[in-house]
Design a protein around this ligand. Structure first.
Ligand code: G6P
Length: 614
């Protein structure tokens, strides 16, 4: 949430920073801004409400000459989206400019103290308090900006990734992080700084991931210097970036979301590669076989996650209970952290997060570790915080997901969870070897089968036209298809702003059935599984109340075809793999409906890709 970019080098800082902001726009897009020091030593700050395009338009006739700068794209937490609440914020004397991602929880106390000392504020943000505090310390202690940043951060409670520049020192950026991500790109005579590496992937593949409570001093022409908050110098660990520029472009698709939906055959392939081997005879997943005893003796598994990742977790529950016979609980990370959880060292907590940065999930991990549970992480972004905070874990390897509505990460997570369940089942001997092998072989076919499902796109596009102006939708499913119903409804809500509710199909008769009429379509996920006959009667119940039905069914299903208004046929797969197959048509349906409504599917209002605040 909120994207930060910084640059020092011989290139045009404005171009690098604005290009970087476009890449980070998925993190927030209600306002944007940039601070540059020109060659006369003047600090120019330009900021506007709206997307990065508005900032570019605003800067057209401005002086953007500079070889150093910082920039920001915002997702508002404190203070409405507006020009004056946009970052960068600056100290009252105009000496410092600062960008910030995170939340300063004690900002009110700090602000009051600064006001007493004569400071005046121009915005409602917590960030302005931080920049004023740094400058106050710098002036009053007569110290360097680095020292002032360190002293200020010691007084701060909350989460931050910050970058600061000083008018009088156009060769230096000081940056720091705690609970919000920050990565430095090391180029030839130039440095980049960003919330993730996407802004500078075409310039360098040498990166340094900052750790919590680390401060970096980036000085032109000198090696990087890393310090802890208590002023110890830390070692620099330069890593190679695993990201390519083509992954960050739309590749001919009108939107990232559509590109990511269509990428799923290849992302699923990448996700399985090297893990299901020897034609399904052997499955290996990072962090499981090297913690055999822990997984074999686990008395309980608790998933913690948010949003779409929570829906994957729910599928994980069905998979692990079915295959491994371990009791599973699924918790919203935000609720878990404040629920006085009862954990023991015999519990495994599995955190799922595409970004690896979600604040609530990170907090849940810390609590679980503190209570002695073993914590396993499933993330997508290499080098993010969650893999660092967990005892062990694995990546889904689906490449950068830019569209705010998660698609390929969802199917990647479900695939990893399937492999995880199969691995544990094998260790615990809770499933016949031939069944494990049979499902493992089916996982290898999933890329090809998802490709087939994508062939439904033209039909779904036509179907979407009929329902574009529906005001409410109901999504129903049972068993493995219940989390799919939740995820289908979430996809529609997120990008088309149509109210949609996902419900366990059998629960419908305890309330939602009262809503059904010709105005409210129901999307029923009804593949041939052990609950098929049950869901057929749910389909009939909806029809009997005059509801319109879009059913996702298994190829050759004639029974539901006779009742439903529209059917979308998907290939037959083992029950545990149906979510990967049935979720794809729902992704397409929500995409086309949002497009018909003229919505910005990649940047839906009020949302952000990664939520690094509570
Ligand atoms: C935000 C995103 C969702 C995502 C959720 C959890 O709300 O818009 O797409 O599912 O955060 O994010 P995570 O990165 O932890 O999976």
């Amino acid at each position: 949430m909120c994207g930060i970019v910084g640059y020092i080098g011989d290139g045009n800082a404005y171009n690098v920073l604005v290009g970087g902001l476009h890449r980070l726009e998925y993190r927030g897009y209600d306002s944007a801004g940039i601070a540059l020091v020109d060659n006369t030593g003047k600090l120019n700050i330009y900021k506007t409400k709206g997307k990065v395009n508005s900032l570019e338009a605003f800067c057209k006739d401005k002086n953007t000459e500079s070889k150093i700068g910082i920039a920001h794209t915002r997702w508002a937490t404190h203070g409405e989206p507006s020009d004056y609440n946009a970052h960068p914020h600056f100290s009252e004397d105009g000496n410092l400019a600062l960008v910030h991602n995170g939340t300063i929880e004690n900002y009110k106390v700090l602000k009051e103290a600064l006001i007493e000392h004569g400071c005046h504020f121009h915005s409602e943000t917590d960030t302005e308090v931080l920049v004023q505090l740094i400058e106050y310390i710098r002036v009053h202690n007569d110290c360097s900006m680095l020292e002032a940043v360190r002293e200020a951060l010691k007084q701060v409670v909350g989460a931050y990734a910050i970058a600061v520049i000083e008018k009088g020192d156009p060769d230096c950026i000081v940056a720091a992080r705690k609970s919000s991500p920050l990565v430095v790109g090391v180029g030839d005579n130039e440095f980049f700084l960003a919330s993730d590496a996407s802004p500078f992937v075409e310039f360098t593949d040498n990166v340094v991931y900052l750790k919590d409570e680390e401060i970096v001093l980036i000085r032109r022409g000198e090696p990087l210097k890393l310090y802890s908050l208590d002023n110890k110098e830390n070692e620099i660990d330069v890593r190679k970036l695993e990201m390519s520029i083509s992954q960050l472009e739309k590749g001919g698709y009108p939107h990232f979301m559509l590109k990511e939906i269509f990428e799923q055959p290849s992302t699923l392939h990448d996700c399985i590669r090297g893990r299901v081997v020897n034609d399904g005879k052997y499955i290996t997943l990072n962090g499981v076989n090297d913690n055999k005893e822990t997984f074999m003796s686990a008395r309980r598994i608790i998933f913690v996650a948010c949003g779409t990742s929570w829906h994957s977790a729910l599928i994980g529950k069905y998979l692990i209970q079915d295959m491994c016979r371990i009791p599973v609980e699924v918790e919203y990370a935000s609720e878990f952290r404040y629920s006085h959880p009862v954990l023991t060292p015999h519990d495994i907590v599995i955190a799922i997060s595409q970004s690896g940065e979600t604040a609530d999930t990170l907090a849940a991990i810390k609590i679980a570790r503190g209570m002695g549970a073993f914590v396993y992480g499933i993330s997508n972004v290499v080098g993010s915080s969650i893999p660092r905070e967990t005892h062990s874990g694995t990546y889904i390897h689906v490449g950068p997901e830019i569209g705010v509505a998660s698609t390929k990460a969802f199917t990647g997570q479900v695939m990893v969870l399937t492999m995880l369940a199969l691995t544990i089942a094998e260790l615990k001997n809770t499933m016949p070897k031939e069944d494990i092998e049979r499902i493992a072989q089916w996982t290898l076919r999933m890329p090809e089968l998802v490709e087939k499902v994508l062939g439904l796109a033209p039909d779904i596009e036509r179907l979407s036209l009929i329902y574009t102006y529906a005001r409410n939708f109901l999504y129903l499913g049972r068993g493995y298809s219940y989390p799919v119903a939740l995820e289908g409804a979430l996809k529609l809500k997120e990008i088309s702003y149509i109210h949609a509710e996902g419900y366990p199909a059998a629960e419908m008769k305890h309330g939602p059935i009262a809503l059904i009429d010709a105005e409210m379509p129901s999307v029923i996920i009804a593949p041939k599984d052990h609950l098929y006959e049950k869901i057929v009667s749910n389909v009939q119940q909806v029809k009997a109340r005059g509801g319109n039905i879009i059913a996702i069914v298994t190829e050759g299903d004639d029974e539901i075809r006779k009742i439903a208004d529209h059917v979308l046929e998907v290939p037959e797969v083992p029950e545990c793999l149906t979510p990967i197959i049935t979720s794809v048509p729902l992704q397409l349906l929500s995409y086309y409906i949002a497009i018909n409504k003229g919505k910005d599917v990649d940047m839906p209002r009020n949302l952000a890709k990664s939520v690094t605040v509570e």
